[in-house]
Design a protein around this ligand. Structure first.
Ligand code: FAD
Length: 375
């Protein structure tokens, strides 16, 4: 009897707490936004902001990613774009770290200025390529000083012209080392985001013929065409990849942001595999809009991205200057459908758009999704 009463009291207290917490979270509604009332979260660490968001709504938040431009004119233009896109109230915006640390000062400058001037919460990328620890410290200390509480900890790609990634003397071997370093030196100050790869990391995607056996059903489902040759991250390599991703989370990673992908089923399998091995961090899908045939082929080739057969046929059909507009239209429809499936799946709390420093394509997608806010 006592146990029953105590349990009932605990349930009631829990329900009251939940109600009070919910009722205390401010919400806001914007004209034109089909998501209705969405939470106004406390700006700060992305891990906390996501928790606050999902406690109130099943609707997705949005976030945008930018890269440091090469010229001062490009930087001015980007600031204008961020100010304009900021009106869509992204949960956060990312700034990439130039390959080889080439744009480290600019990334830091853009990050701190954008957070201070445009009222956006910044998620600053940091890589290990060509960098001693001191350069990472420069980024981390600068971020902290500038009030930035979010870091994407990455290994980085090899510098241009170099095939294989190599650690720098006095630097780190992989993103895991960087995650550990940040947690050891900065405690819980930062929300740490890490990269995830639904098809497997390109380093682990190799020619199918090298398997020496027929592909399994799961391998067939994520097989990738690289310059006309079938490649795949084998089941064995995928197991290692996921175990390593878990290490990044266990070491202090809070959120996973994925590489771009175009196959919904591949993403679903990836999330299921993550959950199965005990990765419970939020997984944000990386959404790359389609802009032009050439760029799309280059990017998917570089990242070894799977293009589902139906999409591949259509993209081939829409090759050529005279079909540019039709290619863009197809891309908008395809990505809109992909986003809708992701949201309907309930697997993602938000949609992370690789906006490539331009508002146009992302705005078109937001309009098609019904998430564009008239302001
Ligand atoms: P890691 O997590 O270190 O993994 C790389 C590969 O090595 C994986 O296959 C992993 O399984 C394997 N590996 C490494 N260490 C171990 C280990 N100890 N045990 C087992 N396996 C291991 N690049 C930039 O230059 N600047 C950016 O700002 C940037 N932003 C990005 C943002 C996102 C969301 C993503 C997905 C990628 C981004 N990249 C960026 C690209 C990224 O740097 C490359 O994909 C790079 O090749 C790998 O980085 P990583 O952090 O995933 O590496």
């Amino acid at each position: 009897m006592y146990v029953k009463t105590a349990a009932a009291a605990a349930v009631a207290a829990g329900a009251l707490y939940y109600y009070l917490k919910r009722s205390r979270t401010l919400t806001e509604e914007f004209e034109g936004d089909a998501r209705g009332r969405v939470p106004v979260v406390t700006p700060g660490k992305i891990s906390h902001m996501i928790n606050e968001w999902v406690a109130v709504t099943k609707q997705p938040f949005i976030s945008f990613e930018y890269f440091p431009p090469r010229t001062p004119e490009g930087v001015d233009k980007l600031h204008k774009t961020i100010a304009e896109m900021g009106k869509q109230k992204p949960l956060f915006v990312d700034f990439t770290w130039g390959a080889g640390g080439a744009t480290s000062e600019l990334t830091l400058d853009l990050s701190t200025k954008s957070q201070a001037q445009h009222g956006v919460i910044v998620n600053m990328h940091l890589t290990c390529t060509n960098q001693e620890r001191e350069k990472c410290d420069f980024g981390l200390a600068g971020a902290k000083e500038g009030g930035i509480k979010n870091i994407v900890a990455l290994r980085g790609d090899p510098p241009k012209g170099q095939e294989k990634w190599e650690a720098t003397e006095g630097g780190f071997n992989c993103a895991l080392d960087l995650v550990k370093y940040i947690r050891a030196g900065y405690g819980d100050f930062f929300s740490i985001q890490v990269a995830g790869y639904p098809e497997g990391h390109p380093d682990r995607i190799t020619p199918v013929k090298d398997l020496g056996r027929p592909m399994t059903a799961s391998e067939k489902a994520r097989v990738v065409d690289v310059d006309g040759v079938e490649h795949v991250c084998s089941d064995e390599e995928m197991t290692k990849e996921l175990a390593y991703l878990k290490e990044k989370i266990d070491a202090g990673g809070d959120v996973i942001i994925t590489q771009l992908f175009y196959d919904f089923d591949v993403f679903v399998t990836f999330v299921e595999q993550c959950r199965k091995i005990g990765i419970h961090a939020p997984i944000l899908p990386g959404i790359m809009p389609l802009n032009a045939h050439g760029g799309f082929m280059r990017m998917t080739g570089f990242c070894k991205t799977r293009i589902p057969p139906g999409m591949k046929a259509k993209v081939e059909e829409l090759k050529g200057d005279d079909k540019k507009a039709a290619f863009i239209e197809y891309g908008l429809d395809y990505i809109t459908e992909l986003c809708k499936k992701l949201v309907d799946s309930g697997l993602v709390p938000g949609l992370h758009f690789y906006s490539l420093n331009q508002s146009e394509r992302t705005f078109q997608l937001l309009k098609k999704l019904g998430y564009f806010r008239a302001c």
